[in-house]
Design a protein around this ligand. Sequence first.
Ligand SMILES: [Cu+2]
Length: 140
Amino acid sequence: MRAFVTIAVVALGLGVWGCSGSGYTSGNGGNPSTPTPSIPGVVTINVVAVNGAQSFSPNPASLPAGQMIVWHNVDSITHRVVLNDRSVDTGNLAPGTSSQPMAIAAAGGQYHCSIHPEMVGSVNQDTSNMPAPCQGAYCD
Ligand SMILES: [Cu+2]
């Protein structure tokens, strides 16, 4: 049993190593189709204006399980998105910039702009993409 676990861990490690290795060697370098408007696995929330619950779009946002959030400041002034429980802080987002991909607690949460506290939004866990039991004529 212990030997099996060890082998599995080693195999996993090699797999990770192999992936990152190929990613670094063949990644950004010569790929002509580099400009990707959206990053897979990331939900983008636009920071629109200092406008209460309409400051963010979409709001409330739905976050599929396991995905991360990027706040993209499309406004003309700097904003700073902070989760109300302070688990996430984007730092200052200059106009036109995006935050790093942020992991949100599975339960989601309320957030606001620490510079303009009247800017409020919320993220909800989206369970609609969860694998559902297949029903109907086209299952299999
Ligand atoms: Cu703000």
